[in-house]
Every structure is written in structure tokens, then in C-alpha cells.
Design a binder for this molecule. Structure first.
Ligand code: SF4
Length: 372
């Protein structure tokens, strides 16, 4: 590869071109280098080797059945206590009615994540999956983070395996990747003390993969973590993926500094910079060589940066969302949803091929022509 300005990237580029795995030390060089054009070209090389110009999105709806939560993560602006202003807590019928009111033709995915409700029994969650599958046949249910699965296992006094098996039998198709935050103990203690541990998160995903439930993985960055801790996070994911092969995508999520305790503690008002976001995505693409997709989640990146990210290793920009709430309650200034046409247009005008997928990354439609 010609034109490499940082000599430390020469052996890394050789490894990437040969399809060899990068070491932890090499990952840190990628975080340090000022030679961003080379970083971009390497990430793009891997994305095109894996998927050519194809770029995926999904027609999905986001649902949070409650924002009542007892966990108290300091970065979270979504959680509420019982009776607090803005709190909601829906029965199964209310969730179904909410989705019905917003249902759009061709919807393929219902994505459920919510707070850890202290009183709902595990049966409620089984009933909820079953009701969604009955009312919206053909729609896949991607539901509940590893943190929520851990919560269910505590309230039901069941193992992760028993919880996941019961949810799978009720109709669960896939799991989102939230709750991972940053695995390092130092950070977790400060931002998510009462949430599932790093080991617990990984064990839930290991169990899901063993049961044939594919999952995603996230990383919440841009707060108090070091670059080593970001890389350690990816290292642990890469190891689990070597074991199970059950992850579909990795989604870095930038910290949203609005309306939460952590932002107040840190006196933080700014979002991560676009360059930090792009660098992080490119490193994820290079380091997580065994992950099929790196997702540039447009709702936190902004649609504009998500479009640029397609040159930085990203092969998926998530979905229509319809009415996203979690990152928007933390101040994300992006729209709450985008149409399929808009998503396909964003991808197409970046010179890539828009591919509508389902929750399991099966192709639904290649958008050869984008309607206005
Ligand atoms: S991030 Fe999730 S678990 Fe943590 S406080 Fe917010 S809703 Fe609760």
C-alpha cells in the first residue's frame, strides 16, 4: 500500500492485506496514529473484502415497554422511578396497541429494550414476545439486552439457559447488543455499578449463541474510558466470537451527554467528535476480524456521519426505528426515525449498494433504484 505517512502502520497494513489478525499493541497504534487516511483505507479494504459495496439497513420499530428501572447507571437519561414524571409502564396489550398504531407495511423487526422493572414477573416477558409474534406474524422479535436477561434470571430464579430457552420457545429470534458498556471493572464500577458484570454479559451471549440465538454487541465510549479499555472491550468480544461465532454485528455507541448524572459529574456537554467516531469504527473493523458487520448507528452518529462512515469500515447503518426514545432522552439531536427511502438514499449517494435486511441479516431487498 502506497502513501503511508506513519511508518508504524506499514507492518500493520501488511498484516491487514494478508488477512492476519492484529495484536493488542497494534490496535493501540491505530488509536494513536495521526495518519487517518491510511486507517480509513485499511478499514475500507476489509469492509469491501467482506461485503463489497453492500450496505445494510433494516425496517424496524423500537419499543420500550417501560422506562422504570432500579439499576441507576450514571450515563442513563432514560430511567425513571415509579410515579416520577415521564415514567411509563405498559401491559402486554398496551405494547401491542402502540406497535399497531405505528405499524408500517414490510416491517421486519421489532426491537425491544427497556429498564429493569422491579415488579413484573418473568411470565410477563414471555407473554409479551408471544403476543407480538401472534399480532405481527412474520415480524422478527429482537429483544432484551444481556443485562435484562440477567435481571430475568434473578427475578425468575432460573439460569441464563433456562431464561433464554423459554424466550426462544415464546418466539425470540435475536438479541440486541446493549448493556455491554465498557467491560473494564474500573469503568463499570463508576458508570454501571448495579448492572450485570462483564463476565455475566459475556456468559449470557455465550449461552444465547449455544442455543442458536444470534446477537449483536455494543460498546459505550466517549466518557471516562481509556483507549486501552476500549481495546480490551473489543479483545473480549473477539475471543468470544472465536468460541461461538454467534455475533452478527458490533455497534460502538457514543456517549450522549445530556440529562444524566455522569455528564453532570464530568461537566461534559460536548458529544464525541466525528473524527473520534470514525476512528473508532475503523479500528473496530480492523480489530474485530471475526465480526461480519460493524454498525454505524445513525441515531447517535447523525445520518450525515453515518453516510461518511461507510468509507470507514461500516456495512450497516441500522434501521428506520420509527420512534427511538433511549438515545433521544439523552439528548441525541438526530431525527427519531427515517424512512426506508431515506436510508437507501443515504447509502446510495455515498456510492454504495443499499440492501434491506431482516433482524438476522438475511437480504430482503436490494434497493437498485431509490424512489424519491
Ligand atoms: S441503562 Fe438500562 S439498566 Fe441502566 S439505568 Fe438505564 S434503563 Fe436502567
Amino acid at each position: 500500500m502506497r502513501g503511508i505517512r506513519d511508518p508504524r502502520l506499514v507492518p500493520i497494513a501488511e498484516k491487514v492485506m494478508a488477512g492476519e489478525r492484529l495484536s493488542f499493541a497494534e490496535g493501540l497504534v491505530l488509536y494513536e496514529t495521526k495518519d487517518l487516511p491510511t486507517l480509513m483505507r485499511l478499514a475500507n479494504l476489509v469492509r469491501e473484502r467482506k461485503h463489497g459495496h453492500k450496505t445494510y439497513f433494516v425496517h424496524s420499530i423500537r419499543v420500550s415497554q417501560t422506562n422504570i428501572c432500579y439499576v441507576g447507571c450514571t450515563f442513563c437519561a432514560f430511567q425513571r422511578r415509579f410515579g416520577e414524571e415521564g415514567a411509563w409502564d405498559w401491559d402486554v396489550e398496551e405494547v401491542v396497541a402502540w406497535v399497531k398504531a405505528r405499524y408500517q407495511e414490510g416491517l421486519t423487526e421489532i426491537h425491544l429494550t427497556a429498564g429493569h422493572h422491579p415488579k413484573r414477573p418473568f411470565q410477563y416477558y414471555l407473554d409479551l414476545v408471544r403476543a407480538l409474534k401472534e399480532n405481527f406474524p412474520g415480524v422478527q422479535v429482537k429483544a432484551w439486552t444481556a443485562a435484562e436477561i440477567h435481571h430475568f434470571s434473578k427475578i425468575a430464579r432460573l439460569s441464563y439457559q433456562e431464561v433464554l430457552l423459554a424466550l426462544k420457545e415464546a418466539g425470540l429470534d435475536a438479541m440486541p447488543g446493549g448493556g455491554a458498556e465498557i467491560f473494564a471493572e474500573r469503568v463499570r464500577k463508576r458508570i454501571a455499578r448495579a448492572k450485570v458484570s462483564a463476565e455475566g454479559w459475556l456468559e449470557v451471549h455465550r449461552t444465547a449463541h449455544e442455543l442458536g440465538i444470534p446477537t449483536n454487541a455494543t460498546m459505550l465510549y466517549g466518557h471516562i474510558e481509556t483507549l486501552e479499555e476500549r481495546l480490551d472491550h473489543m479483545e473480549r468480544l473477539r475471543r468470544l466470537q472465536d468460541e461461538t461465532g454467534g455475533f452478527m454485528s458490533f455497534i460502538p455507541l457514543a456517549f450522549q451527554p445530556d440529562g444524566n448524572q455522569l455528564a453532570r459529574e464530568l461537566g461534559k456537554k460536548e458529544f464525541t467528535t466525528g473524527l473520534d467516531d470514525l476512528r473508532n469504527l475503523a479500528i473496530a473493523r480492523l480489530y474485530l476480524d471475526n465480526f461480519p458487520h460493524i454498525k454505524g448507528y445513525w441515531a447517535t452518529l447523525t445520518p450525515e456521519l453515518a453516510q461518511v462512515s461507510l468509507d470507514w469500515g461500516v456495512t450497516d447503518i441500522d434501521g428506520t426505528l420509527i420512534e427511538e426514545r433511549i438515545v433521544h432522552m439523552a439528548g441525541s439531536p438526530t431525527p427519531k426515525g427515517l424512512t426506508k427511502e431515506a436510508l437507501a438514499g443515504i447509502i446510495r449517494s455515498a456510492g454504495r449498494i443499499p440492501v434491506e435486511r431482516d433482524a438476522l441479516y438475511r437480504e430482503v431487498r436490494v434497493w437498485d433504484q431509490v424512489e424519491a
